[in-house]
Design a binder for this molecule. Structure first.
Ligand SMILES: Nc1ncnc2c1ncn2[C@@H]1O[C@H](COP(=O)(O)OP(=O)(O)OP(=O)(O)O)[C@@H](O)[C@H]1O
Ligand SMILES: [Mg+2]
Length: 296
């Protein structure tokens, strides 16, 4: 049996839950809202039985040898006064899922460099990927000078969702350093590609859209593509090196040139999957199912 753990209002994990139900695949969904309001006992190793109990008293046992898809979103970070128990619950489940002997496709102990884009880009480059040059600064003159050299974009510096926009030197004419730091990256030409690695498989889609950030174009067109064995292998190996079996890679492809923009360790994959006929979900379910122990 596959277990999915996440927030009942998160569109990605609820999409996974509903897709599994539509396909007749039994999964157990553990809603973090219930765990926070309920109770849990988590044992590291096998001697004890690990379980979570919802506020109505229903108990779900957690088998450390099981197959898990988790999205541990800490709502305590967003509204701490209302949810003081979130941090301790997330902390406990993170430790348990990190140490569980079974399969956790998004094992939470992966390196967290994605939350700091300059660090993340450095790591991606160290793995041998082509990553556009960048600058991170609060110095308006330095930012304007970088923008003057060649076209560039301003994009999120942290893991927070932000739109990506083209900027030029006048953007920084009256720049107040208190608005910084700003992360600029050299603009690279090419087609946007999103590639989801699931185990040893890659599900890639090319996105044709208007504007600088395809996520803002509601008429964007999605076409499934094959990136070729060399790129597939590089993405699979880098995903495994991050300690993950499931990751979403943002790429730009220009002929033979492949630029890596980002590797998402907890991809909001449903947006792409609905445009790919559910292939990512099918791959994810298959991968989890193959590794989930058969109930006695
Ligand atoms: N260096 C770049 N050159 C051209 N387009 C870019 C560049 N960086 C990002 N983009 C465009 O911006 C969009 C988002 O890119 P990317 O995923 O790198 O941004 P992000 O803000 O890090 O994303 P996320 O919200 O997933 O963390 C895509 O349309 C992408 O093509
Ligand atoms: Mg991205």
């Amino acid at each position: 049996m596959i277990t999915a753990i996440g927030v009942g209002t998160d569109p990605t994990i609820t999409y996974f839950r509903d897709q599994a139900a539509d396909r007749g695949v039994p999964i157990r969904f553990v809603d973090l809202f219930d765990v926070v309001d309920g109770d849990f006992e988590l044992h590291v190793g096998h001697p004890g039985l690990s379980w979570v109990r919802d506020p109505r008293g229903a108990v779900t046992t957690l088998d450390p040898d099981g197959a898990f898809y988790c999205r541990l979103i800490n709502l305590g970070d967003v509204i701490p006064a209302e949810f003081p128990e979130w941090s301790s619950t997330i902390f406990a489940l993170t430790a348990w899922l990190e140490l569980a002997s079974g399969l956790v496709v998004n094992r939470p102990g992966h390196p967290c460099d994605n939350a700091c884009k300059p660090l993340h880009e450095t790591v991606l480059a160290q793995w041998g990927f082509h990553v556009p040059d960048s600058i991170t600064s609060s110095d308006g003159q330095a930012l304007a000078a970088f923008a003057a050299e060649a076209p560039c974009v301003a994009k999120a510096l942290s893991g927070q969702r932000a739109d990506c926009i083209r900027v030029d030197p006048p953007t920084f004419a009256d720049f107040d350093p208190r608005r910084g730091p700003v992360h600029l990256q050299r603009h690279v030409d090419g087609d946007d590609v999103r590639a989801h690695v699931v185990g040893e498989r890659v599900f890639a889609v090319e996105i044709n859209a208007n504007g600088d950030d395809y996520r803002l174009d509601h008429n964007a067109c999605f076409t499934s593509i094959n990136l070729g064995p060399a790129t597939d292998t590089a993405l699979i190996e880098a995903t495994q090196a991050m300690g993950l079996s499931f990751a979403g890679w943002d790429l730009r492809v220009n002929g033979d040139e492949l630029w890596v923009l980002e590797a998402n360790p907890m991809p909001g994959y449903s947006y792409y999957d609905t445009n790919m006929g559910g292939r990512i979900t099918a791959g994810l379910i298959e991968f989890l199912f193959e590794r989930s122990p058969t109930p006695p």
